[in-house]
Design a protein around this ligand. Sequence first.
Ligand SMILES: Cc1cc2nc3c(=O)[nH]c(=O)nc-3n(C[C@H](O)[C@H](O)[C@H](O)COP(=O)(O)OP(=O)(O)OC[C@H]3O[C@@H](n4cnc5c(N)ncnc54)[C@H](O)[C@@H]3O)c2cc1C
Length: 480
Amino acid sequence: MPEASAAVFDLAVVGSGGGAFAAAIRATNLGKRVVMVERATIGGTCVNTGCVPSKALLAAADARQTATDAARFPGISASVRPVDMHALITGKRELVGALRAEKYVDLIGEYGWELRQGNAAFTGTPEDPSLEITAPDGSTTTVRATHYIIATGSAPWAPPIDGLQETDYLTSTTAMELDEVPESLLVLGAGYVALEQAQLFSRLGSKVTILARTRLASREEPEASRTLAGVFADEGIRVIRRATLSSIGTDPVSGQVVADTLSSGAREEIRAAKLLVATGRQPVTDGLNLTAVGVKTGDRGEIMVNDMLTSTNPRIWAAGDVTGHPEFVYVAAYHGSLMVENAFNDANRSVDYRHLPRVTFTTPAVAAVGMTDEQAREAGIACDCRVLPLDYVPRALVNRDTRGFIKIVADSRTGRILGITAVARDAGDLAAAGVYILEAGMTVNQVANMWSPYLTMAEGIKIACQSFSTDVSRLSCCAS
Ligand SMILES: Cc1cc2nc3c(=O)[nH]c(=O)nc-3n(C[C@H](O)[C@H](O)[C@H](O)COP(=O)(O)OP(=O)(O)OC[C@H]3O[C@@H](n4cnc5c(N)ncnc54)[C@H](O)[C@@H]3O)c2cc1C
């Protein structure tokens, strides 16, 4: 039973990442008394080990690649020297530290909620839940709240492969702390974290091999996988598709990782200085004592929530990666504020992922919003699709980099746009524009006749829409 003297709050938040902060900010803005419990570094994955460090390092690697590739512009040449990884990682840590302070730590005082450092676990009963917090010095306190939100995130997951647990492998977290660029790197996985890390290390100087179970970015359009495979091949990254790994170990003499692989019926032994396992993440729910308070979890340990984000206990909610929903920080933040609206304002709002943008920050990036061609067909929609190669986009031409395309999936009856996929430099910005197009329910015709600034990559969306009715190879510059 919780102590009679347990502190009482309107909202108790477990975790301090994007989901937790959004909930705490929205609740304090409503005048609610909030307590947040964090057992590790304030800010969670995005700022400390996810979005921020990965994009900071990718931007650095892109700068190096721009120099390497400068000769594509006549009259321009540049050369690169080996990377000082220690300096690069130190700079990344400083940036992360500054953003963590400004965007997380300092905000707690500004908004005025209470932070308790320690491990949280539920205690009590489904009708009368409370949280027991074990501080780093071993002391425990109890808090009670009207509502609880579990925003405990996810952690890297490794598949059960013979020898893997005995092998010293990297995750995205430890890879971004290396002091030296590995001479060679074997990457397991082909989702967005794997692809970004593979290109990052390749551009920093590693010889990278990717082992993909199916194809690269397999949830996106097949054209995206093919384009990215071509780009990676050009950059010297080897991609082994439809590969399975039967065993992995370490050569005691060279210290190299030795992987026994099978692809298209052929066995191959692959050696690399380092192994990076980026095969996905799993929700963190261990040790929360959820059964005591009637909160059910699914097969992967994710908290089962309804579309208003309530768990199987109506006073306990969940947000972000721990729900098993799409793993993006903007999803976590959306969950956090939606939960507060539902709990305290009876908003009855549901999550809706129909127009959720998805970005892989490689260069070119892979970005998409809405349905793929295949998803539209599976939904029984007669769809009309156009793939516009970047050779038709003036921005790509002046960049002298036409690797990529823009694909539009439209309903053939109404012309309404159902999905947009782009592989292009900064394609994430196109996906953001795509969200507005899809939200507004715009048709191909409407977008084809709208303003669009000349020499932006986003102009490609308009040109792709024009390609439904016009031969775009015969357009003049900025012709509308
Ligand atoms: C390499 C990488 C790159 C990424 N890049 C992007 C990107 O570019 N864009 C994007 O949108 N997303 C990106 N993501 C995903 C994004 O980081 C996550 O989706 C998001 O941070 C999840 O937020 P969250 O609030 O669910 O959990 P988290 O931020 O993971 O926070 C969970 C917190 O809960 C704490 N905790 C756990 N259990 C307990 C407990 N029992 N008691 C107390 N505290 C506890 C943890 O210590 C942690 O701090 C990336 C992820 C990775 C790994």
